[in-house]
Design a protein around this ligand. Structure first.
Ligand code: HEM
Ligand SMILES: *[C@@H]1O[C@H](CO)[C@@H](O)[C@H](O)[C@H]1NC(C)=O
Ligand SMILES: *[C@@H]1O[C@H](CO)[C@@H](O)[C@H](O)[C@H]1NC(C)=O
Length: 504
């Protein structure tokens, strides 16, 4: 970074920090790890596995911790009850999202999940909700089912020592492109898949917390490309066209009988041309996020399922007993079986809990000064819910690191006394994930069908020795289990026949 820029950065931040200090003398902030002068906790926040480090800090500083990245106040919440108190009960002021220069430069600022609270958010959220609330998601079952059956046939064909996990990503992209845009794709080499994979890499990179200073010091935006150290400017310039393609290409190729088509049909009734244009843009932004949000989050969840199963033959056994008695050997599971398969549902819940896909949630921001339990929380504070920590609370989930769906079952039913991980893993308050029913539907049928027709086993090396299938959670805003040491084998000849018969 050039010395002039550094000087500006340092001067501006020292002034702001001094002002903050003065203001806060009478208003006690929550406790937290001590920061450095000027930069605060900027470098503390960057961690390899931040949810673990932040979880460790909470043992010292408590369930509500205060940090500072340069001048931006940050509160990390490590208790589900406090997260509900703030983001549910006080949702009028806890439902915004931090404005981000990085997002703006990359072209992510269209994304609902990152959008500050207000009219534009409300409009796009409404469009999303209309197509994904619990009463309409069954409309997508037939498409989900058809693509999941094709996936099962792929699984039969994949007899490798290690399952080709990219098939799972292809399944999810296939489902969402069909449901949202009415687009059919052929295989993994498809340009749509290449583009969505690249887009999501950009997303992960841009959301590695504290990586790009520019979010905490917006002046850096004006650093020209040739200044050494201005990596983010180059990164943004490279990323923008990728994101634009993700947003525009499938939208332009929309065919009928899909969500985009029905959004556009409704908009056509709008007589005012200006309004209609704006509505069209909102529809494009809504569908773009749905597309991106579906692929990676559900991919991560399903990989957790496969790894968890490869580790636990006994759990597969128990699930099969349920499937054998409810579904029987003559057919594959369908959506009508869902309510009668509590143990299969418990497996889904345990995947959400054990390795939460979005372990630190998607941060909210506060739009008004306020107090919580006597602590001052200034307007503009970024709220990070440590979902991983909440879902690994040993008081609610004993032996939290163990993969154990049985923890949710009592007398053969889902035990309502145990907190449903979905109330945490899908976010909070007005910003709760609108795609949660759709995600659950996709995951349910994959989980039930795989367990009904296949054995999930650890993969083997060249000498035929089984590899350890136990994964670690890795990544940034969206995280994944790794490594993926599993393979699939059809359970029986009869099961194989059921899968082949789906082609007819
Ligand atoms: C396992 C799958 C999924 C998980 C774990 C997940 C999780 C989340 C989380 C934690 C948030 C942030 C909520 C907050 O700000 O408090 C979120 C937001 C969002 N999700 Fe999901 N999600 C999943 C699947 C999906 C799917 C399939 C869709 C497609 C419709 C979707 C669409 C969205 C959208 C549009 C938002 C932004 C909502 C807003 O800010 O108002 N998600 N999701
Ligand atoms: C967190 O604490 C545990 C137990 O005290 C320790 O083993 C681990 O290394 C710590 N992890 C990090 C990332 O700080
Ligand atoms: C999509 O269509 C718009 C408007 O017709 C056009 O400006 C844009 O270049 C197209 N984008 C792609 C990726 O085809």
């Amino acid at each position: 970074m050039s010395s002039t820029v550094s000087l500006i950065v340092l001067t501006v931040s020292s002034i702001v920090v001094l002002a903050l200090k003065r203001a806060n003398r009478l208003r006690p902030l929550p406790p937290g790890p001590p920061g450095w002068p000027i930069i605060g906790n900027l470098f503390d926040l960057q961690q390899e596995l931040p949810w673990i480090t932040y979880s460790n800090w909470s043992k010292t500083y408590g369930s509500i911790m205060f940090l500072r990245a340069l001048t931006t106040p940050i509160v990390i919440v490590s208790s589900a009850d406090i997260a509900f108190d703030l983001m549910d009960k006080r949702s009028a002021i806890y439902s915004s999202k931090p404005a981000s220069v990085v997002d703006e430069m990359i072209g992510w600022d269209f994304a609902l999940s990152l959008m500050p609270y207000g009219q534009r958010w409300r409009n796009i959220r409404k469009k999303t909700h209309e197509h994904f609330h619990q009463m309409v998601t069954p409309n997508y079952h037939s498409k989900q089912m058809k693509h999941i059956q094709a996936f099962l046939r792929h699984c039969l064909a994949d007899t490798a020592k290690q399952f080709d996990s990219s098939q799972v990503r292809q399944l999810l992209a296939t489902i969402v492109l069909d449901v949202v845009y009415g687009i059919r794709i052929k295989d993994m080499d498809d340009d749509y898949i290449k583009n969505i994979v690249e887009t999501l890499e950009v997303f992960g990179e841009s959301k590695t917390f504290g990586k790009y200073w520019v979010d905490f010091m917006p002046l850096l935006k004006y650093v020209p490309q040739w200044v050494p150290g201005a990596v983010f400017v180059k990164f943004a310039a490279r990323s923008r066209p990728v994101v634009e393609e993700m947003l525009n290409r499938p939208f332009n190729a929309t065919s009928n009988n899909c969500i985009t088509a029905s959004m556009l049909a409704k908009i056509e009734l709008q007589p005012d041309i200006e309004k209609r244009k704006e509505e069209e843009t909102h529809a494009k932004h809504a569908t773009g996020v749905i597309y991106a949000a579906t692929v990676e989050s559900t991919y991560s969840l399903l990989q957790t399922f496969f790894c968890g199963m490869a580790m636990s033959p006994d759990i597969q056994q128990r699930a099969r007993q349920e499937l054998d008695s409810v579904v029987g050997p003559e057919r594959l599971p369908t959506y009508d079986d869902q309510d009668r398969l509590p143990y299969v549902q418990a497996i889904f819940m345990e995947c959400l809990r054990w390795m939460p896909t979005i372990p630190l949630g998607i941060p909210h921001s506060v739009i008004q000064d306020g107090y919580y339990n006597g602590y001052f929380i200034p307007s503009g504070t970024i709220i990070i819910p440590n979902a991983w920590h909440m879902l690994h609370n040993p008081e609610e989930y004993p032996e939290p690191d163990k993969f154990n769906p049985g923890r949710f079952i009592k007398d053969g039913e889902i035990n309502p006394e145990i907190r449903d991980p979905a109330t945490i893993a899908f976010g909070f308050g007005r910003r709760i994930c609108p795609g949660r029913h759709f995600a659950k539907d996709t995951a349910f049928l994959v989980i039930a069908s795989i367990l009904h027709a296949f054995d999930v086993k650890p993969s083997v090396d060249e000498n035929g020795f089984e590899l350890d299938p136990t994964p670690q959670l890795q990544g940034s805003i969206i995280s994944f289990p790794s490594p993926l040491n599993y393979r699939l084998k059809s359970r029986s000849e009869a099961a194989e026949k059921l899968v082949r018969a789906t082609e007819l």
